[in-house]
Write a protein that binds this ligand. Structure first.
Ligand code: SF4
Length: 694
């Protein structure tokens, strides 16, 4: 402010980083953003913020922003700047040529969870209406796709059940596979506040996360399980609930499918599922597990909060189902303070899923195979739709390697750095004839691109994001797009070069179309968002002002459905060559692959990814604080600086994936969730050895 002078105007908008969705007042001097001030009336943050939203916005003006479209004939050639018109015409001609040569199914697109609902909706519409297939997917594939599957299967809808305010009425907080202090810092503060008021805490995580040791938090139950055994731990907890008579049978009889419950209860009650019987698998102390299960079932309102440590496993969907089973069996649904709550990672990962970014679903999580549903969209869009589900991201890459998939439009994602098994992703991209990257910077994926379409930041556009509590929030243009176009206009330019004839003049018109076609958004409009500030979906005639708590009188699917989840060990095994287990996560000051935060002063807090190793293992491997270590797996190897800490258990190492120099995903495997193909980032057998550095 000192350098730039005092602001002369302010615009209220939503943070572009994480799924908490903090509201900020962007203070401007002319066209220059001076500072971001957390907004006291923000429903998700109530005037609070973290170091990302508050300080890490300078990337918007970073000198490495690409502002002009570029094309090149092959990835070995230099880029050539072209006009927008030439870029759109070239992209359309390449996509048409490829489809004419290799068939309708040879191209696809990926939507971005950093973009607005309106922008992701247009990308999936481009694929379905323009490409004439359903080869569209979202980066949620690699994070919360098991949440979509697991919660829809059991409860009937693919979203968290409660609002953030609900935490204030919970008596027991069960946090599994999440590290809110780093991943969702503003909501973590509210969790800590509730814990300081006396709520009890259960943490199920291989690492001793910050919450376990938060000041003034009463005796937390920390279950440090072996990575990859969530389902076994949750089955053992359910065993305690059922065999000790702690289930809420009145709730189950009234609200759930009783026969399915009986099958599930008989399964978990089996002696082979006791905490003692499963301890050799989970490495969790049986008395500690029993105490945690009793507390969860009998401690009053019990709320589950979970993250990618649940979903990014070969049994990610099973674990989400197991959480829903446990909550149904104990009656923890339908009122404030309870529920099953995924802590969504990116600012709009919930929204990108809501908008129909999955290859089998149109907006509102409705299956593409439904003829009546297709007819609704066909009448609105004026084109026939393919009834067959399309390819998921990993299937697109596999098909590319096999020669059947030839072109990809990537909106705001760096799949080379963020997706698992980097070598395989690179091979898939290299095998394509046309990769279109639509992004702010020449990211790692752009190394394989033939067409680059410049993107705009959240500061340069109007639209909406949906946060982790289903809250639709306005995003308002703070400054004119540096490249001349908001992202929805770029997608519209490409669509019209393909002959689709779109005529949107403002994102509010796209939201009107979303509302027209999506029952959970039926009552949403920009005018209503201006009036109410934000709206939690479902918002329709039955709930004109939105829905903070879901499944109040009945589950969305009617009766809650228990599903048996048998623990099946991952195929990723430790052995003499790869004796340790690697698990990954993030740190407060950085965001995902770091494309934005690395281009801000936040880098001073985390200039490189570190490898956490237990003191016992460090000694055994001849490593000490600050040494370099080689981290090798069956997929690849990288070099990281070591930090010695007892946050991780012996036999487990941990790192983050924010820096391309490290490329932690070089070592992660191809194993993935059985139901959704979400990669198993959280379990990789590795070998650690001293190194002289990269
Ligand atoms: Fe809030 Fe998340 Fe943005 Fe931090 S990164 S200010 S917690 S929305």
């Amino acid at each position: 402010v000192k350098e730039l002078g005092m602001p002369d105007r302010a615009i209220v908008t939503t943070c572009g980083y994480c799924g908490v969705g903090c509201t900020f007042r962007a203070e401007m001097q002319g066209e220059q953003l001076v500072r971001m001030v957390p907004w006291k009336d923000g429903k998700a943050n109530r005037g609070h913020s973290c170091v990302k939203g508050r300080f890490a916005w300078g990337y918007a003006n970073h000198k490495e922003r690409i502002l002009n479209p570029m094309i090149r004939a092959s990835i070995d050639e230099p880029w050539r700047e072209v006009s927008w018109g030439e870029a759109f015409a070239h992209a359309a001609s390449e996509l048409k040529r490829i489809q004419a040569t290799y068939g309708r199914l040879s191209i696809g697109g990926i939507t971005s969870s950093r973009c607005t609902n309106e922008e992701t909706f247009l990308v999936q519409k481009l694929v379905r209406a323009g490409f004439q297939n359903n080869n569209v997917d979202t980066c949620a594939r690699v994070c919360h796709s098991p949440t979509g599957y697991g919660l829809k299967t059991t409860l009937g809808t693919s979203a968290g059940t409660q609002d953030f305010d609900s935490v204030e009425q919970c008596d027991v907080m069960m946090v599994i596979g999440a590290n809110p202090t780093d991943g969702h810092p503003v909501f973590a503060s509210r969790m800590k506040q509730r814990l300081r008021q006396g709520a009890k805490l259960i943490v199920i995580d291989p690492r001793r996360i910050d919450l376990v040791r938060a000041p003034h938090v009463e005796a937390a139950h920390h279950l440090p399980l072996r990575p990859g055994t969530n389902v076994a731990v949750l089955t053992a907890m359910a065993h305690v609930v059922i065999t000790e008579g702690l289930a809420d049978e009145a709730f189950v009889r009234a609200r759930c499918d009783w026969d399915a419950y009986c099958d599930w209860a008989a399964f978990v009650a089996d002696a082979r599922h006791s905490p003692e019987a499963l301890a050799p698998v989970t490495l969790v102390d049986p008395p500690a597990l029993r105490a945690a299960a009793r507390l969860y079932a009998t401690g009053g309102n019990a709320a589950i909060y979970y993250g990618l440590g649940v979903t990014e496993h070969s049994q990610g969907s099973s674990a989400v189902i197991a959480l829903a089973n446990l909550a149904m069996a104990t009656g923890n649904f339908g009122r404030p303070g309870v529920g099953v709550n995924p802590l969504r990672g990116q600012n709009n990962v919930q929204g990108s899923c809501d908008m129909g970014s999955f290859p089998h679903e149109l907006s509102g999580y409705r299956h593409i195979a439904d003829p009546a549903l297709r007819a609704l969209f066909e009448a609105d869009w004026g084109v026939p739709l393919d009834p067959e589900p399309g390819l998921r991201i990993p299937n697109m890459l596999d098909a590319a390697v096999d020669g059947a998939f030839k072109a990809l439009y990537v909106q705001g994602e760096d799949i080379l750095q963020s997706d698992p098994n980097t070598k395989h992703v690179a091979a898939g991209l290299a095998a394509m004839e046309c990769v279109i990257v639509h992004d702010l910077f020449l990211n790692e994926t752009a190394n394989y691109a033939h067409i680059f379409l410049p993107g705009s930041t959240f500061l340069e556009k109007d639209g909406t994001f949906v946060n982790a509590e289903r809250r639709i929030q306005p995003v308002r243009k703070v400054m004119a797009p540096l490249n001349g176009f908001e992202d929805w206009q770029v997608t519209q330019g490409l669509a019209n070069a393909l002959g689709l004839g779109w005529t949107y003049t403002h994102p509010s018109e796209i939201m009107d179309e979303i509302a027209r076609l999506t029952p959970t958004f039926a009552g949403v409009s920009f005018a209503k968002l201006d009036e109410l500030g934000s709206i939690q979906w479902p918002c329709n005639d039955a709930a004109p002002e939105g829905t903070p708590v879901m499944h109040v009188d009945s589950f969305v699917r009617g009766k809650g459905r228990f599903v048996v989840t048998e623990y099946i060990p991952t195929d990723e095994k430790t052995g003499p060559r790869y004796p340790m287990l690697l698990t990954t996560g993030r740190i407060l000051s950085q965001y995902n692959v770091g494309a934005q935060t690395r281009r801000t002063a936040n880098t001073v807090w985390h200039p490189e990814d570190l490898l956490e190793i237990h003191p016992h293992d460090a000694e055994q491997h001849g490593l000490k604080e600050g040494d370099w270590a080689k981290l090798a797996s069956r997929s690849g190897e990288t070099t990281l600086r070591v930090t010695v800490t007892d946050r991780v258990a012996p036999g487990v190492v941990y790192t983050t994936f924010h820096h391309p120099a490290t490329q932690a995903n070089v070592v992660t495997t191809e194993y993935s969730d059985w139901a959704t193909s979400c990669p198993e980032y959280k379990v990789t057998a590795v070998q650690v050895s001293p190194s002289n550095g990269p």
